[in-house]
Design a protein around this ligand. Structure first.
Ligand code: GDP
Ligand code: MG
Length: 724
């Protein structure tokens, strides 16, 4: 080839021209201005696998009539520079609108190659475009591309060069019919233009006539200059046509031309070029399904059933892997315990690191299973319906439809976690609504609080366990809504933002999508919680271990042990009795050590105040520990009640112990349940809150929630005592 092929890239603004231009030319670009105007001109050279071409990126435009500077410049390049081929870059997601320019290029007659760009988006939206059919119907090459990835650019270039070589700069205008009136006038005008030879050397006569009818100022001005007489005649013909059209069709001729162009495109697309059927169908099905799923009465009932089912499955399925993890951590704990000599290092590794982190890791299977279902419901489009239904209720309390998910994730039904719940508040655009959500979501019954409630319910309300758990859940919701209402009427006063939610069509979730979403979330839980919990566990272990009992007190317990050995020797069932007594002494020593430790002292110091709500020093330690992680409450209570290690899952003995302890009563239990439900969020949650809002609000939440919890617990305890 002697000369490089010249290619002009045309297209609507934002169709991806510049992206395609860059993908083709790389760094071989020159940027300048078109003479006399401020429109930028970009040119470059393509060298791709042995193919060479000069490319110019035209200004984005919707038509080729001189309505704007961009359109004028784009047209001038085509008419005056006569590129060998025009590549029309189309946003294929709006094929109909894009083709409006495409049809005008074809009407002009320039050699055109259509690039169906943004094919990635098209597929995502469920549109199916038959490129082969389009190419056949229009008689021009059509290439599918993705400008962002450069996909299809080589095929596009090849098609453009082939087409240029084949057409050899020949313009072959597409002649559309614009209806009898316009067609008739066009015929007369074209004859006149051809006879006068007006611009026939550079553009088709029919095209010039169309521009006259469209009232293109530039073409008319040039026509007047080149041939005033002819132009006058043409203008008179247009005036007559315009008059006629207004009288008979109540429309201007240029509008009629546009209508016929769109009609042509629409007919084109209907011949199997564009298929939206799958989407249509899905929308129809969605409407039918939604009539049931968002029904005023059945909707909420179905929602409760779905949520209940989700948590039921989570807990039922989660039991097995949680058991395996427990065994694994137990084994690890034993192995490390046996491998190391007794001392602070062993105690720290076993009690602090392995048991602490193990407690958190134990919840990973639950979280993973729950996220799998949440992701599936989300991808399906059901979560959007839940938000839509609850929005009506939430609005009353100053919350938003987008507050629903954070509540549910935080444990709105049972067993979530406030950390991902807090992160989920990101969907809220209004800062005040986001804060109100973020501050109240931690009231929900998260997975770590559940063992505490199960323990207390089993001890004091064994007959009504299920209904009590349900009542606790409902209470959490009521408190969250009331507090948010209080916040939104005081500190966070402000308008509520509208919740306009376009309910997306239902879509079957893909396995890959669901897996990816839930693994991402689970990993975030492991990473974020794991690191912080590890540190907290070690700190807590230290607080419950140091300062150690002074030597003389340890010696005292030693004496008691010797005494026990001496006394039991004379008894009948010597071995069993001794074992029992030694265990009792071990427990008493452990309790004395705990009382002596920093944590024990803090618990004791708080007792005068906590007594008001019915909590003694041992409960206080558990509650202070619970700030690190709520699971800690159960195991700390176990230690404090000198039963040694109490696993959250095997809390029976502790609950029996609490039930028979004279210090405890049903009132104490209710008071503690309410306190645990409402008081300061765990540390990881506070960190998450600070990240999502600020440390000021995180601190506020810690103090406010604890004060509220204490006030409620005290009221319950004092009132309960009056009654009993
Ligand atoms: P221009 O106005 O026609 O020059 O369009 P640009 O090249 O500036 O592109 C507009 C936007 O569309 C940019 O954000 C591009 O990243 C994006 N874009 C371009 N091509 C594609 C494509 O094939 N797929 C998708 N998803 N985005 C694209
Ligand atoms: Mg551009």
């Amino acid at each position: 080839m002697a000369e490089n092929v010249t290619i002009a890239l045309a297209g609507n603004p934002n169709s991806g021209k510049t992206t395609m231009f860059n993908a083709l030319t790389g760094s071989r670009q020159r940027v300048g201005n078109y003479p006399g105007v401020t429109v930028e001109r970009k040119e470059g050279t393509v060298i791709l696998n042995g193919l060479h071409a000069d490319v110019v990126d035209l200004p984005g435009c919707y038509s080729l009539t001189a309505y704007s500077m961009e359109e004028l410049v784009a047209r001038q390049v085509l008419v005056e520079e006569r590129p060998d081929v025009v590549v029309h870059v189309m946003d294929a997601t709006v094929l109909e609108r894009s083709l409006y320019l495409g049809v005008q290029l074809l009407e002009m007659g320039v050699p055109v190659v259509l690039a169906l760009n943004m094919m990635d988006e098209t597929k995502k939206r469920g549109l199916r475009i038959n490129a082969g059919k389009l190419s056949k119907l229009l008689g021009v090459p059509v290439v599918e591309t993705v400008g962002r990835t450069g996909q299809g650019k080589k095929e596009l270039l090849q098609a453009a060069i082939d087409h240029a070589n084949q057409r050899k700069r020949q313009w072959l205008p597409l002649e559309l019919s614009y209806g009898p009136d316009v067609d008739h006038a066009l015929l007369d005008m074209t004859t006149r233009i051809n006879a006068a030879g007006l611009f026939t050397d550079r553009q088709p006569a029919r095209w010039t006539a169309i521009k006259y009818i469209e009232g293109d100022e530039q073409v008319v001005a040039e026509g007047r200059k080149a041939a005033p007489e002819v132009s006058k005649e043409l203008e008179a013909m247009v005036a007559k046509l315009s008059d006629h059209c207004q009288k008979t069709l109540n429309a201007y001729p240029d509008a009629i031309i546009a209508d016929y162009r769109y009609g042509f495109i629409s007919a084109l697309l209907k011949q199997g070029v564009l298929e939206r059927d799958s989407l249509r169908e899905r929308i129809d099905i969605t409407d039918k399904v939604d009539r049931v799923l968002t029904h005023r009465v059945f909707g909420p009932l179905i929602m409760l059933a779905v949520l209940y089912g989700m948590f039921k499955i989570t807990f039922t399925l989660g039991e097995y892997p949680m058991g395996w993890l427990e065994i694994a951590f137990g084994w690890l704990s034993d192995t490390v315990g046996n491998a190391l000599a007794e001392g602070p290092l062993r105690s720290m590794l076993v009690s602090g690191v392995i048991d602490g982190v193990g407690g958190v890791m134990g919840f990973v299977p639950l979280i993973l299973i729950m996220f799998l279902m949440v992701s599936a419901l989300e991808d399906l489009g059901y979560m959007a319906r839940m938000a839509y239904m609850l929005d009506r209720v939430f609005r009353i309390f100053g919350l938003h439809g987008c507050s629903v998910m954070p509540f549910v994730i935080s444990g709105g039904i049972a067993g979530g976690c406030a950390v991902p719940g807090i992160m989920a508040t990101r969907t809220l655009k209004s800062p005040k609504e986001k804060l109100a959500t973020l501050l109240t979501a931690p009231f929900m019954t998260c997975g770590a609080k559940i063992p505490v409630f199960v323990l207390l319910v089993a001890a004091f309300f064994p007959e009504n366990a299920a209904i009590t758990m349900f009542a606790i859940t409902m209470f959490a919701w009521v408190m969250a809504l009331l507090v948010s209402w209080a916040l939104r009427s005081t500190l966070l006063r402000g308008e509520s933002t509208p919740f306009v939610m376009e309910l997306p069509p239902y879509r079957l979730p893909t396995l890959r999508g669901v897996l990816t979403h839930s693994f991402e979330r689970t990993w975030a839980y492991i990473r974020k919680a794991g690191t912080v919990i590890l540190a907290i566990s070690i700190l807590l272990w230290a607080a419950m271990t140091y300062p150690e009992l002074p030597a003389e007190r340890t010696a005292g317990f030693e004496t008691m042990r010797e005494q026990a050995v001496a006394e039991t020797q004379t008894m009948a069932d010597a071995e069993a009795a001794l074992e029992e007594r030694l265990a009792e002494i071990d427990n008493r020593e452990a309790q004395a050590a705990l009382r002596h430790s920093l944590a024990g002292r803090v618990g004791g110091a708080l007792e005068p105040v906590s007594k008001l709500a019915g909590f003694d020093w041992r409960t206080n330690i558990a509650l202070v520990g619970g700030v690190a992680a709520k699971e800690v409450i159960v195991s700390t209570l176990g230690t404090a009640y000198s039963l040694g290690e109490v696993e959250a899952e095997e809390a029976e003995p502790l609950s029996e112990r609490l039930a028979t302890d004279p210090q405890w009563s049903a009132i104490t239990a209710i008071s503690l349940i309410v306190f645990v439900l409402l008081y300061a969020p765990c540390f990881v949650t506070v960190v998450a809150m600070a990240k999502e809002s600020s440390w000021r609000w995180a601190t506020f939440s810690t103090i406010f929630n604890t004060a509220l919890a204490f006030a409620m617990a005290t009221a319950i305890y004092q009132f309960g005592r009056l009654l009993s």
